[in-house]
Design a protein around this ligand. Structure first.
Ligand code: B1M
Length: 233
């Protein structure tokens, strides 16, 4: 680290310099600095959602590009992920409402063979903030874990996340099993993750592909309302 960076006082930077600095700190895996930046932006009246999307998620996108291009490697990316999680932990209680009427229950998890969980955690957080009850199964979930949890929890929604082109086909295994056991129509199935798209969501028989956490919330609200209306018929 240069002397110049040593002397940097984050709280003295205007927003337009602080946000890029936070992205640099995220890139460098500097968890404490990222957390400090998040707290400063909160004090300045930024909404938790804006901090998430404009500082943390955008920062992680830069990490993703350099990881792809072989400039960053797994240990560095793990540090960046740790810094991102530090920032997300601060924002979580602010995104999660209390006492709001529950809109429905979602079981969510990353699929078998895949350990990426930042996006999934973000979706869980935002869904909880919007009034959904969340059962987070974590990473590396096989079909039995999803289906057992859906039944045990009496869930309305299944959310699956995959970040690898090699793990995304597993979502179809889960949906096919729901179909085979006659349980497919009991649940709204939402899927997401960087390598997916709308077409893939349709092809595997999901109810919707969600580009990001905000879309997941909107889609879940819309589909659960339709499900309740159908039930009232
Ligand atoms: Co990984 N990795 N990684 N990695 N990693 C990617 C995904 C990759 C695209 C990087 C690259 O090459 N550019 C690449 C995949 C290439 C491919 O499949 N075509 C890749 C690779 C190759 C690998 C390894 C194989 C590397 C290796 O070991 N050689 C390995 C695989 C391990 C495994 O899973 N078995 C690996 C490991 C890792 C780390 C452990 C180092 C770390 C993960 C740490 C963690 O998650 N705890 C990591 C990271 C951090 C990344 C990148 C850089 C960032 C992912 C992330 O957190 N993004 C990623 C590059 C990229 O995605 N551009 C990459 C931020 C997050 C907020 O976005 O997850 O997309 P995202 O979530 C969004 C939406 O997609 C959506 O909403 C979220 C919020 O808006 N969404 C959902 C996600 N899930 C949803 C579920 C829903 C709805 C919406 O359900 C309802």
């Amino acid at each position: 680290m240069s002397d110049e960076e040593d002397d940097l006082i984050l709280s003295e930077l205007p927003d337009e310099e602080l946000v890029p600095q936070m992205m640099d700190d995220l890139y460098d895996g500097m968890k404490e600095e990222v957390e400090e930046g998040v707290n400063i932006l909160l004090e300045r009246g930024w909404t938790p959602y804006d901090i998430l999307t404009k500082a943390l998620v955008e920062g992680m996108a830069i990490v993703g590009v350099d990881f792809r291009d072989g400039i960053l490697f797994v240990p560095e990316v793990l540090l960046a992920a740790g810094a991102m999680k530090g920032g997300m932990e601060i924002l979580k209680p602010l995104l999660v409402e209390t006492g709001a009427p529950r809109l429905g229950k979602m079981v969510i998890g990353t699929v078998k063979g895949d350990i990426h969980d930042i996006g999934k955690n973000l979706v869980a957080m935002m869904m909880e903030g919007a009034g959904f009850e969340i059962v987070d199964l974590g990473i590396n979930n096989d079909v039995d874990k999803y289906i057992d949890a859906l039944k045990a929890e009496g869930a309305d929604i299944l959310g699956m996340s995959a970040l690898l082109t090699t793990t995304m086909p597993y979502m179809k295994v889960v949906i096919d099993t729901l179909v085979e056991t006659g349980a497919r129509d009991d649940y709204i199935v939402l899927v997401g993750g960087a390598p997916l798209n709308e077409e893939f969501g349709k092809a595997i028989g999901a109810d919707a592909y969600c580009r990001d956490a905000a879309v997941a919330v909107e889609t879940a609200k819309e589909l659960i309302m339709r499900k309740h209306n159908r039930g009232a018929d």
